[in-house]
Every structure is written in structure tokens, then in C-alpha cells.
Design a protein around this ligand. Structure first.
Ligand SMILES: C[S@@+](CC[C@H](N)C(=O)[O-])C[C@H]1O[C@@H](n2cnc3c(N)ncnc32)[C@H](O)[C@@H]1O
Length: 207
């Protein structure tokens, strides 16, 4: 999928649907937050949420005192929704509207978090572009936490095909620069009560 049509798709989603009208809505970002803490994040750690959309993870990180948070997403409308919700606290966050496969990182991060963005990259070329940014943007010894649909998860999300993973498949996709340190499965309940199986894997940058 070309970047422009990807962006048009997501802008339409976030301008036509409310927060809890999307399958990925999560009131509490507990699984992601726990893994960020487990990866050794301190309040001074630079944390980026890739494809963060309108997720409440950023609210939680700000509330808990994390001071260097960036949220990147293709959709300006998604980030605007999160900013509105955070009100004056939004100024404590760096917001980037960009395609994760084309963005040029301006700094390095201790923690790269991605819940349900990487799995939309079904072309090898796009995955390679994402991994190049990941390698560039994560500090040596830093961590990448990537949540995707598991092998027994749905084949589509938001009407788009996804690539499903287990930790071994994801490790292969990320390449030798990242060592798997932890993986867990997570069953997500959509706002309408259906179940979606995710995997979250944590990798340490070895480069
Ligand atoms: C299923 S939603 C998940 C949103 C958020 N991570 C959460 O957990 O609520 C996928 C998000 O990834 C974003 N996205 C998809 N492809 C992207 C890309 N290539 N670069 C940046 N963001 C992307 C979409 O705009 C959308 O916000």
C-alpha cells in the first residue's frame, strides 16, 4: 500500500469514528505499560509510541511522570484527538505526524513501542524501511516492544490485511540487530466484546 493511500485510510478512520468505535480501543494500556517498565524505563527515558494513534498509553505515561515521550502516527486527526484529551498536559509530549517507513528520526530512543502498527506492513520493502528506522532510532541497549496480531489472531484490522507473528517470526523480521528478551500473548477484548489474540515481544538492540 502506498504511503498516501495509507494516510488517507487512517485519516478517514479517525475523522469518522469515535474512540471506542474502533476494534483496537483499550481503556487501560496495562500490557504495554507493564512491558515498558519491565524493559527498565525510568522517568528520564526517551520513549516513542510508533503508530500510537489516539491510544491512552501516552496519558498513562504522562500521569506516571515519564518526561520524554513522543507519539508518532500517520494520522494528524488521531494525534489531535489524543492532544485534546490531554488538554494542557499535551504540551509535555512530542507529536510527530509521519509514516514510520519514511520518517527520519532526529534523535535516539531508549524505548520504541508499537501496538498494532507494524503488522499492517505486508510488503517486504515497507518492513525493511521500518526496520532501518528502528535500527537508527533505538539506542544500543535500548528496547523495542512490538505488539501484533498473533498467528491465531485476525487476518485483517480496520479492513486492511495484516501480517501475523509469533516471537520467532517477529525476531526474523527485525533481523540480527535485535535480541528477543521476552514475549507474551495477550487476548484483547474489542469494545463490542469479540476477542483478538495478540503477541507482544520485547527486543534489546544489540547494534
Ligand atoms: C490499529 S491502530 C493502533 C493504534 C494504537 N497503537 C493503539 O494501540 O490504540 C494502528 C495505528 O497505526 C497507525 N499507522 C498505520 N500505519 C502506519 C505507518 N506506516 N506509520 C505510522 N503510523 C501508522 C494508524 O494511523 C493507527 O493509528
Amino acid at each position: 500500500m502506498e504511503s498516501a493511500s495509507r494516510q488517507a485510510h487512517w485519516e478517514k478512520v479517525y475523522t469518522t469514528k469515535g474512540e471506542n468505535e474502533v476494534s483496537w480501543f483499550q481503556q487501560s494500556p496495562a500490557p504495554s505499560f507493564e512491558l515498558i517498565v519491565q524493559a527498565g524505563a525510568t522517568h528520564a527515558s526517551a520513549i516513542i509510541d510508533i503508530g500510537g494513534g489516539a491510544s491512552r498509553l501516552v496519558d498513562h505515561l504522562v500521569e506516571q511522570g515519564f518526561a520524554d515521550i513522543t507519539v508518532l502516527d500517520l494520522s494528524a486527526a488521531a494525534l489531535e484527538a489524543a492532544r485534546r484529551r490531554l488538554e494542557s498536559l499535551a504540551d509535555r509530549v512530542h507529536w510527530i505526524v509521519a509514516d514510520a517507513t519514511a520518517w527520519e528520526p532526529a534523535k535516539a530512543y531508549d524505548i520504541w513501542h508499537d501496538r498494532a502498527a507494524f503488522h499492517f506492513l505486508t510488503d517486504e520493502k515497507d518492513r525493511a524501511a521500518y526496520v532501518a528506522r528502528l535500527e537508527q532510532a533505538v539506542k544500543a541497549g535500548g528496547h523495542a516492544i512490538i505488539g501484533t496480531f498473533a498467528l491465531d489472531g485476525p487476518e485483517k484490522c480496520s479492513g486492511l490485511p495484516v501480517a501475523r507473528y509469533d516471537s520467532a517470526g517477529l525476531a526474523q523480521a527485525l533481523g540480527p540487530g535485535f535480541r528477543l528478551v521476552h514475549t507474551r500473548r495477550h487476548e484483547h477484548a474489542t469494545p463490542w466484546g469479540s476477542r483478538q489474540m495478540f503477541q507482544f515481544s520485547v527486543f534489546r538492540s544489540e547494534v
